[in-house]
Design a protein around this ligand. Sequence first.
Ligand code: RUB
Length: 314
Amino acid sequence: MKIEFPETPEFRELQETMKKIRNLTIQGATNVAIYGVRAFAIHAESVPLSDQALFHHLESVVDQLSNVRVTEPALRNGLRYVMTGIRLDGKENAIAHGKKYLDLIDAAKLKIFKTGAERIQDGSRVFTHCHSSITVGIFLAAAKQGKEFEVINTETRPLYQGRKTARRLLKNNIRVTHIVDSAMRWAMNVFKPHMIFMGADAITVEGVALNKIGSRLCALASEEEHIPLYICTPLLKYDQATSIGRLSEIEMRDPFEIWAEDLPPGIRIMNPSFETIDRDNISAYITEAGLIPPQTIHVTFQRLYGSKIRDHHG
Ligand code: RUB
């Protein structure tokens, strides 16, 4: 659905943000939430509408923004948070409400970086997949504490987000061994990493994590190699709709990301962006509430955010 109205600079900026989220210029669930909520709040505060027309318009924007990438509940939770604020005290405070949500993200990040860095010791080898700003933040925090450790990371086909991880770590003098995705199990067997740290896009009521495609293979290989796997994420990625029985949706991306030219006629290409990691493969979540078992996701989210963040379904 295309929203035709209104053509303000703030609305154009919002549309530009949506484009950047779609094409991964803005990448990773946390950044998607930060930039999406910020652009939405700025637009909401400036939009020249009131009463019913205002809410009708904003709800359609929330809908559109939430569907740019469907596996991103941290963005949806943030948009709901701002909408609740607007309903309570008007659009004039939309930016302030957006900022409060971003403050929740910032506070969560700091706690996660601290807890995650505790797990890393001198001489640790840590395996990771894709690019997660939260996981990278933990590595940087551990390096800042003077710990000497090594990261083994996948390139992450088809869009090579793993290169982003490798570059950031190298820039901060962290040793990196970079492998193709299909060498995951091999690398675990050869390098015997002490632990696996991965981010998440969504967390379900069962404690299942959704993360970049390849994450479940990584989890299965970790089981074979007896390597503990930690999901590093703010609980703000909890998909509240799963608690009323809905399934978390998995984004399917354009096939051209996999094979752009000289396609053999008749070929079918599938490009799922994410997949689930079974809770039985997750040793713990590293969250703003500390290390928590997958079974406690729902109650911990409720304890921390239950009164503040409700989506339609919560
Ligand atoms: C990125 C990805 C990341 C999570 C967590 O996928 O799967 O592991 O989003 O990221 P994509 P963060 O590149 O398709 O966005 O820790 O930054 O929230």
